[in-house]
Structure formats: structure tokens, C-alpha cells
Design a protein around this ligand. Structure first.
Ligand SMILES: [Zn+2]
Length: 461
């Protein structure tokens, strides 16, 4: 017991010393996890696992071992959030990490961030006592495309200046977005893109069906992203550099362009943002589209709460910053009936899932992906087991494809959540988290006061 206490004291002391609050904990000791029921991809089986060097093993490690009594709890891999922008800077770092750990979401993917701010928080991430996050930094878009106005006009004053002080208009170029209009520009700006050492690359396709039309002809509906013809070259360049590519998409045409260009992931499912009757039609996928994505092994991120977090709507939608005010107003669009908005998204998700495309959980807007998964439940498209597997298996694997996470097997990371009840029978049990371990380190001390106390193996339910 003294060693556990020491671990906690070391953790707290170094946390204070560094000011960031998320210290690197020394290599975890050995644990024996007994009396848990472990998720095996289909159900829960009793098992004893050991943790050594932060990894799971069936073999009894040598040396002193702490026994953790999991007391019949249901053990699942930690959850993922495949699309959110809230892990973004020093000013809210601790609160954001706290919320994710609280909800059992250990893996977060940020598909567009302000590079300078993200680089400042990297040392507080990807350690056992914090969340693990990946960053795309500045996404690639066309001139005047999304998210240029969002950063320069909306978030600059509404979000970032209050946090870091005055910023000139234009400051975000090459920090939060990179404008490319030609192959030559891609070539010229590529070293800049790579210099931030992004974990993956983000490209923007917005109403690519309107490419070539004049902005005046269809106000508010002209293309506001990359020239689609540039995307295959960008993807090839990224893949050659070892980076996967995530595409922002809004319409079915964007979806097709992105899949054809060879991207690895779509940050949204068309239908997530419907601003009028036209949009609903343009967002509808066909069975062929869904099969095409499945064949190409392109993942889709659900973001079902993203559109509803931006009500009123007009003009273009911020890609995920619900704290910011609505973007530019517009009265060009007649609102679509509420039921048809959700319907296209639901139909598309159903098609994609049936075709065998990987569907992963990401909210874009919410505090964590818990809100997204609970919203998806209301669609009645996926049973509890399917939803659980998306959240604790497919989503973490999508964020960190090279890591041994998302299941319990020899040599996999010793990270798990212990739930009070069986989430396959009662999905709300995903919110009844009694214990958290990450990479062999107990996290109960780093989350809220209602978390179980260390070493007892249970708490009042
Ligand atoms: Zn987004």
C-alpha cells in the first residue's frame, strides 16, 4: 500500500511542479486484476489479467504485485472520440482532459487545430495520466474556403483572443488553415505543412458539385473548399510521408470525390449539416456510394450531434466550435423540416453500416463523445453491442492504428474501464464507470470526487 501512496504523492508533486497538472508517472508497478468480467468482443468472460510495464499479460509477473479486486465489474476498453476540436490549448487543457477521463474517453482525434497552441500542450498529453490525442493542425482548403472565415472572423475574437490576447486578422493562415489553389502552391507550402509534424492531414471538400460555378449564381452554395482535382495529389503526397488523410465532407459529391481520391477517413457523414431542402437531396448517398467506401476501407465519423449543435443556421457552419457564435448569417436558405434533416443522416449511416464501412464515433461539438453515442442510440440503427464495439474498439483503433488498444489480449495496453453493469443489456451502464486504468496506471485519483477510491475495487453504485 505504501508504494501506491508513493505513486500518488509523486504524481501530485510533479504535477504541481510542472504546473500542467498531468505529470508523467514512473513506470507502473505490477498489478493482478481479479474478479472482473472482461469484454471479449461479443460478451463478458471472467478472467484474471496481470499488468506489467503498462501491458496486459496472462503470465504472473515476478516481484511484488498489487491485487485489484474488480468485484464482478464489467471491464471494457476505454472509449474514443474521433472528431473534436476541444483539446486545443493551455487555457482549458485541464478541464477538457478531466472531462474526457471522467467519461472514460482516453483517445481523442483533433482534425483541425491551431498548430502553435496544440504544440504548447503536447507534453501534457499522451502520458498514462492524461488522454492521448492526435492533431492534424492546419487543414488544407481553397481560397476563401471553410474554415478561413470561421477562424479569422468568428473564433479569433470569440474564442482565441479572450484566451491568448489580441491576434491580427490573417494570423491563422498557415497555423489553422493552409490555402492551396494549384499544384504549385501545394508543392511550395508542403514543407510548411510538414514542419508542424502533424499526426495526420485534413482536407476540406465543401459542395464540390458546385466546382466551377460562379459564386454569384448560387449564393451560399458555391464550393467553399479545395478544388476536388487537387485532392488525389495531396493524398498521395501525404501517404508518401506516412500520414493518413481525413476529409471534411458535406454533400454526396464531396463524399465521392474524397473516396475516389483515396482518403482514409471522412470526418462527417453527409447529412450531418442540412440547411435547406436542397442540402438534404445533395447529401443523400446511394448503395453504390456506401459499397465504394467499404471497398476502399474508408472510415466514416458519425458527428450526429454536430449539426444540431448549430441551430438557426445560415451561411456556413463552423466545423466544430460550439462555443463560438454562429458564423455568417444568411437568409438564402429555407429551413428543412426537422424530420428530414435527421432522416438523411440516418439513412446514410444505415447504408454505410450495412455495406460494411467502418463507422466510428465522433461528436465534433460535444464535451466528449458520450453525447454522440447517446444521440446515436436514439436513431435505433445499432444494437448495444454494435455501438459498444464502435466506441471502444473501432474508434480507438481509428485514432491510433499502430497501437495495441481496443481489446484485451497478451501484450495489449493495460487500459480499461470497469462498469457497474453489463452495457450490452443496459447501454446506460457506460456511464457507470467505477474504475479507470490507463497503461497500467490507476486513474481514480485524477477524476472527480465520486470516483472509486483506490484499492477497494468497488464503490457504491
Ligand atoms: Zn470539426
Amino acid at each position: 500500500m505504501w508504494s501506491l501512496l508513493a505513486l500518488v504523492l509523486i504524481a501530485h508533486a510533479s504535477g504541481c511542479a510542472r504546473g500542467a497538472g498531468f505529470p508523467t508517472v514512473p513506470a507502473a508497478e505490477h498489478y493482478a486484476f481479479v474478479n472482473g468480467r472482461w469484454f471479449d468482443g461479443e460478451g463478458f468472460q471472467p478472467a484474471t489479467w496481470y499488468s506489467t510495464e503498462g501491458r496486459l499479460t496472462r503470465k504472473l509477473p515476478s516481484g511484488p504485485i498489487q491485487t485489484v479486486d474488480l468485484a464482478g465489474l464489467y471491464i471494457v476498453p476505454p472509449f474514443g472520440e474521433a472528431h473534436n476540436h476541444n483539446v486545443e490549448g493551455r487555457w482549458n487543457m485541464q478541464a477538457v482532459v478531466q472531462r474526457y477521463l471522467q467519461d472514460g474517453v482516453f483517445y481523442v482525434k483533433n482534425p483541425n487545430d491551431v498548430r502553435d497552441f496544440a504544440l504548447q500542450i503536447r507534453q501534457s498529453l499522451n502520458v498514462p495520466t492524461s488522454i492521448d490525442a492526435t492533431f492534424a493542425h492546419a487543414g488544407l482548403t481553397g481560397r476563401g474556403g471553410h474554415p478561413v472565415a470561421l477562424y479569422e472572423d468568428v473564433l479569433r475574437v470569440g474564442r482565441y483572443e479572450p484566451a491568448v490576447g489580441p491576434l491580427e486578422r490573417g494570423w491563422f493562415e498557415n497555423r489553422a488553415y493552409v490555402v492551396v489553389e494549384t499544384e504549385a502552391e501545394i508543392e511550395a507550402k508542403w514543407p510548411l505543412v510538414m514542419s508542424g509534424r502533424p499526426d495526420f492531414l485534413k482536407v476540406y471538400l465543401v459542395h464540390s458539385e458546385d466546382d466551377g460555378r460562379s459564386a454569384g449564381g448560387r449564393p451560399g452554395h458555391h464550393r467553399q473548399g479545395l478544388h476536388p482535382a487537387l485532392v488525389p495529389g495531396i493524398v498521395a503526397r501525404a501517404h508518401a510521408a506516412g500520414l493518413r488523410v481525413t476529409a471534411h465532407v458535406e454533400t454526396a459529391a464531396d463524399f465521392r470525390q474524397a473516396v475516389r481520391a483515396g482518403v482514409d477517413e471522412l470526418a462527417h457523414v453527409p447529412g450531418w449539416l442540412i440547411q435547406g431542402v436542397d442540402d438534404a437531396e445533395r447529401a443523400r448517398l446511394t448503395e453504390d456510394d456506401a459499397r465504394f467506401a467499404a471497398e476502399r476501407k474508408v472510415r466514416v465519423v458519425t458527428t450526429s450531434v454536430a449539426g444540431s449543435a448549430m441551430p438557426s443556421i445560415g451561411g456556413h457552419h463552423p466545423h466544430g466550435q460550439h462555443e463560438g457564435p454562429a458564423s455568417e448569417p444568411s437568409d438564402h436558405h429555407q429551413p428543412a423540416p426537422a424530420e428530414s434533416e435527421g432522416q438523411v443522416l440516418k439513412d446514410n449511416l444505415r447504408l454505410l453500416h450495412r455495406a460494411g464501412a467502418a463507422v466510428v464515433i465522433g461528436s465534433d461539438h460535444a464535451d466528449t463523445s458520450l453525447a454522440e453515442v447517446l444521440h446515436l442510440r436514439t436513431f435505433h440503427l445499432f444494437d448495444n453491442l454494435t455501438l459498444l464495439k464502435m466506441w471502444c474498439e473501432a474508434t480507438p483503433a481509428a485514432i491510433f492504428p499502430e497501437r495495441k488498444i481496443g481489446r484485451f489480449a497478451e501484450g495489449y495496453e493495460a487500459s480499461f474501464l470497469a462498469l457497474a453493469g453489463n452495457p450490452i443489456e443496459d447501454f446506460t451502464q457506460v456511464q457507470a464507470i467505477r474504475r479507470r486504468f490507463k497503461q497500467g496506471v490507476p486513474l481514480d485519483h485524477f477524476v472527480g470526487p465520486d470516483a472509486a477510491s483506490l484499492g477497494t475495487g468497488q464503490s457504491s453504485h
